[in-house]
Design a binder for this molecule. Sequence first.
Ligand SMILES: Cc1ncc(COP(=O)(O)O)c(C=O)c1O
Length: 458
Amino acid sequence: MKFSELNFAEAPRILVPPPGPRSREALAMQGIYETDVISYAKAIPLAFKEGRGATIEDFDGNVYIDFFGGAGVLNVGHCNPEVLEAVREQERKLIHALDFPTKPRLELAKKLFQIAPGSMRNNAKIVFGGPTGSDAVEAAVKLAKLCTGRRGLLAFQGGYHGMTSGALSLSSGKKLKEHFVPLLPEVHFAPYAYCYRCVFGKEYPDCGLQCARYIEHLLDDPHSGIVDPAAIIVEPIQGEGGSIVPPDEYIRELARICTDHSVPLIVDEIQTGLGRTGKMFACEHSNTTPDIMTLSKAIGGIGYPLSACICRKELDKWSRGAHIGTFRGHCVAMAAGLAALNFMEKNDLPRYATELGRHMLTQLQALKEESKHIGDVRGKGLMIGIEFVRDSRTKKAAEDIAQEVRKRCYMKGLIVELGGHYSNVVRFLPPLVLTEELADKGLVLFCEAVKDTERNLR
Ligand SMILES: Cc1ncc(COP(=O)(O)O)c(C=O)c1O
């Protein structure tokens, strides 16, 4: 299948300046019925009616190139027809079956077994979770506590693991939790390998991986103040934290430290997993096997809610019913997930993501050379971040510039989102079926948006 056939042929197409009247009306109606907790629709004020591949149409008939991809959910594209076929077939047969064995459940579990990273391959156990990634994180934490009998947890600054109380405890964003603390007790945060803003003031590789040394120190020093944790939880590339790509050896070193100290390593692949970064799982870039791995987002194929927590077989300490619930393995979501994985393998999407990602990064590096306000460009595969700063010497974050760029992008027909410690990073998480032609068109719009924004700053 040609990826170009998956998209709206006319993308991008702006018929009326966004948000057009129909989008505005829909947003006003949403405001009447729903609480202010809505977030994405406030940042990108559009109402959507149809998605195809890496493109999406709003209520006013504007068609956008989608570099956001449902926050990393839509790896095989909006409404991928091969996945839809599997969905329709499954819908006719069985939709809900609690955790009874069903054909899609068995087949998806087997597939995950076969593709699991490192020594987890064919040597794992799976808990299918409730609909959100947060639930997989809750399961992972419970399992780590079960396995170790310990309570504390070590997480990372810039990390994001979800919004349920346990997952929120492990997320570092102060604003997200300011009204809800205390959450889980004994959660500590260490600096991530955020080389652009190294808190140790070092430069890689001369730093000797100071950030990893610090973790080792926390575990080794009897007076570090941190009781041995039940687990360390890490994103192999931080997503919401600003698409922060650590050196490959960092995750490997973290795994080594965990093994040496008998602390399970939970690798959260909810955003990075399933081809996004150019490997099926991002931890494979560093040849690391997690003790416990969390999955969600793209595992539901084309947006069906599903999550999974996978552990090395030796850590399967679950007892009957210890993590149950009504929606733990929706048959249609599982059929969709399996079809998406088959599509991914058939089309070698991880390799495609690597190549297209490289192509895009090269163009973004060239833009950085011309821009006064792009401090850093980074990424792996199709997980890309562009960090905006007031000036590249002081690295003072420029959230307002990033916001203005995002706005100018959607006005021109390109959807992008923000992330980062200071919300100053424009993030690209496009469907992995993005064509090179659409990638280039999107990048042209992005470059224009950056240049227009910078011109207006003067
Ligand atoms: C790395 C990571 N973990 C966990 C989550 C939480 O997933 P959910 O929003 O489905 O609960 C997210 C969501 O963005 C994520 O990026």
